[in-house]
Design a protein around this ligand. Sequence first.
Ligand SMILES: Cc1cc2nc3c(=O)[nH]c(=O)nc-3n(C[C@H](O)[C@H](O)[C@H](O)COP(=O)(O)OP(=O)(O)OC[C@H]3O[C@@H](n4cnc5c(N)ncnc54)[C@H](O)[C@@H]3O)c2cc1C
Length: 388
Amino acid sequence: MTHTIVVLGAGLAAAPVIRQVMRNTILPSNELRMIVVTPSTHFSWPIAMPRVVVPGQMDFDKVFYPLAPTFSKYPADKFELVLGAADLLDPIGQTINVSLNSGEERVIPYNTLIIATGTTAKDNMPWKLLGTIEQTRRSLQRLQSDIAKAETIVVAGGGLTGTETAGQLGFEYAKTNKKKVYFIYNSDLPLMPPIQQNVRKQAKTELEKMSVVLIPNTTVSKVTASENGIVLELYDKNGATKSLTTQAYVSTTGQAPNTRFVPLDMLDSHNFIKQTTTLQAEGFPNIFVLGDVGNLEGCKAQYAESQALHLIKALPAYLDGKRMPEYQLNTKVFYGITLGRSRATGQMGNMKLFSWFIWYLKGRTFLTESGSLIAAGKKTLTTTFESK
Ligand SMILES: Cc1cc2nc3c(=O)[nH]c(=O)nc-3n(C[C@H](O)[C@H](O)[C@H](O)COP(=O)(O)OP(=O)(O)OC[C@H]3O[C@@H](n4cnc5c(N)ncnc54)[C@H](O)[C@@H]3O)c2cc1C
């Protein structure tokens, strides 16, 4: 009887697993096949989005790669791409209901399920895919158009995405006095632990050098549209409130896991899937969980990658009925933070990295030169697979 492996998602975590498992395990077998479910016809490279939102800086084809050229090479009896979003998982009956992009519903039975559905950015922001590629592109175009027309731009949220985006917008507009760029974050310094103080201070200094107006220790409590633009209500750590009007509001206030289809008892209190140290869903050994959607490690490409590499190695043994080996947590501390188009900062372990080093590694191209290979599953951030 055929064993069906269903993969939910085709992002950073899923892409190498799909290709390597297809090539090494499914194509040589007569008993296995794979179904990939994703609402988007394209892979997305979120890492470059802080530059993409700046109009004219980076074309969409540098960050969105069609899946068809890779997937169309696989024989139809071994591989199927289903365009739609998982909307109900029955882990006992081993089925997944999919809301197809065409509007219909389809129930897909599985023997093994790999959930790699990632996260969605809050406030419907296009940092990650927003459903279909068309929806994501439209949202990005709207944001770019708001930014192009704006006199003032507000970036809110002091994490990696917010800091990098404030840097990209600051370089393009504030430094050159073309537009005012505000950056609101709710602590003393941009970024957050485990990023250490000297790296965070450098981010602050570089943003100030570009004339970005920093508003620390402050939270956006309300966003309303008015005739003059978008009115933001702000409150600071002492409880004082004020308002700020802008024509472009760039929210980077966090992300939520794409787990609405997962039964509640499989989720932790933040709605991430409870993931064991063998990368399985707690209580369901035939369900694997990879990348941002799982609760074992944080939402970082480096974790998505190391979990994918582990599963690629371990899956053949699991399919032979053997025990899954333990996954070793990725404990490497590495951050690369771009600050405009010529400066950067970063951290490896507890060592602050030189600006030029991170600029060279990440800031020049946001690693887009590897995008098509990563989308095709031929490469991850650190590993290039042998081509078979
Ligand atoms: C702006 C930005 C910059 C970043 N920069 C860095 C960085 O410099 N370094 C770093 O380590 N990390 C960075 N990250 C984090 C990194 O992008 C994520 O950790 C990585 O994308 C996680 O990969 P994933 O495959 O788990 O999820 P995702 O990339 O979110 O992919 C999820 C996939 O699931 C699909 N999907 C969603 N819902 C469903 C559903 N219901 N059914 C089926 N499919 C579904 C999506 O279409 C997509 O294909 C950054 C993130 C952002 C947003």
